[in-house]
Design a protein around this ligand. Structure first.
Ligand code: PLP
Length: 399
């Protein structure tokens, strides 16, 4: 019986250029972003690089993606106790960021293709009176952004995009992260750039960026930022904006910059691996891949599918059998949070959400798999073959 032996958590080595730049920063001793001229600050330069990549005027680098979500919510005017709309299928740092910023999540259902349910969003926007939508492009699935923007406009919602899984993705040719008032990205090891930890916050709004920079812990050194508005914009808000210390440092910025230059190339490499997997998985009876519209340019750094031929209770057993052959699947239907998966009803620090039957049904069948770039195309074919073998015969025939 064939077994897969590579690790699902093994990243590629960093580019040699990242290593050389990191060594140069360490030799200089100037690791703090404000301990150098802005021109020499790897952090300030990373912000310029990323703003240019995305095509927006402003960018802030900070401690993590979740931290960026927290300060983006505050910089967009979240007031204590205010409702924040958010899709219920997301990762735990997202409700955590809303909670940290003093907001109250209003969870929105998802559809069968793992994206926010736009009809439920429309209803809950009207009912909740929320002023903010934190839209998490969870696992890289991008909803119909034209329809989402129309709903936001109609209800006066300010949109913040969580692009942790869509860095490098697009909708109808427009980059993910340029639809909302602000967007947040992650540079954590398992996302599309690897600094261990790190986050990027972008916006085209000058005052929002000034507030975010001050929140991130700029002291009165905001003049050292190169992808930020002029100092006059800061003068209006600098004494009213708390310092929530969470800066990026030059070491991490130094290793990120050469990776950003290779991002689009890596997106293509991920998508070749995704295509091999999707092509083979799609032929397995009882396994359903989500419909992905032509307008969605996704980044296949992970793959999701639904198991439809057996009761959800039997999916844990399928996952265990695949694991025994070295294929590491995660099941989002597990009532107990495991590793990075969690179901919205396990965030018990929140007031209980009204029932979300569609989300529970979709999650009860949803399986997730990472696609690290250390896998080659043959690896992807073998993984799909193992899943196919473990899926058949279906459980009824087996008995
Ligand atoms: C990883 C992740 C985050 C948070 O990023 P960190 O850098 O780990 O804080 C937010 N949203 C989603 C969907 C994520 O996967």
């Amino acid at each position: 019986m064939q077994r897969f032996t590579k690790s699902f958590t093994q990243q590629e080595a960093l580019p040699e250029e990242s290593i050389a730049r990191a060594v140069a920063v360490m030799r200089s001793g100037r690791l703090h972003r404000y301990n150098t001229d802005p021109e020499q600050s790897e952090t300030a330069q990373l912000e310029c690089d990323f703003a240019r990549y995305l095509g927006v005027p402003y960018c802030l680098a900070a401690a993590s993606g979740g931290y960026c979500l927290h300060i983006a919510l505050r910089a967009c005017g979240l007031t204590p106790g205010a409702p924040v709309l958010c899709n219920a299928f997301t990762l735990a740092p997202v409700p955590g960021a809303i909670h940290n910023a003093g907001g109250v999540p209003v969870l929105v259902e998802i559809d069968a293709d793992y994206r926010i349910d736009l009809d439920d969003l429309d209803r809950k926007a009207a009912r909740s009176g929320a002023a903010l939508l934190l839209l998490s492009h969870m696992r890289g699935h991008i909803c119909d952004m034209d329809a989402a923007l129309e709903i936001c406009a109609r209800h006066g919602l300010t949109l913040i995009e969580d692009c942790a899984h869509t860095m490098g993705g697009a909708w109808r040719g427009r980059k993910s992260g340029t639809f909302g008032h602000a967007a947040c990205f992650s540079a954590q090891t398992y996302k599309h750039l690897n600094a261990g930890e790190g986050g990027l916050l972008t916006t085209a709004d000058a005052e929002t960026m000034a507030r975010a920079v001050l929140h991130s812990g700029s002291y009165m050194l905001y003049g050292h930022h190169l992808a930020a508005p002029p100092e006059t914009v800061f003068e209006n808000v600098r004494l009213d904006t708390p310092n929530y210390s969470g800066r990026m440092d030059n070491l991490r910025a130094a290793i990120l910059r050469p990776q950003l230059a290779r991002l689009d190339e890596n997106v293509a490499r991920w998508n070749r691996r995704y295509a091999v997997l999707a092509d083979r998985l799609d032929k397995i009876p009882g396994l359903r891949l989500p419909h992905r519209p032509a307008a969605e340019a996704y980044v296949g750094s992970s793959i999701q599918f639904s198991i439809t031929d057996r009761p959800p209770d039997a999916i844990a057993e399928l996952v265990a059998r695949c694991a025994a052959r070295g294929v590491d699947l995660k099941w989002f239907g597990d009532p107990m949070p495991k590793a990075f998966t969690s179901r919205y009803d396990s965030w018990r620090y929140l007031a209980p959400s009204p029932p979300l039957p569609n989300t529970l049904e979709v999650l009860s069948r949803l399986v997730d798999m990472r696609i690290p770039l250390t896998f080659d195309l043959d690896d992807c074919a073998l993984i799909a073959d193992i899943i196919a073998a473990e899926m058949t015969p279906p459980p009824t025939a087996r008995a």
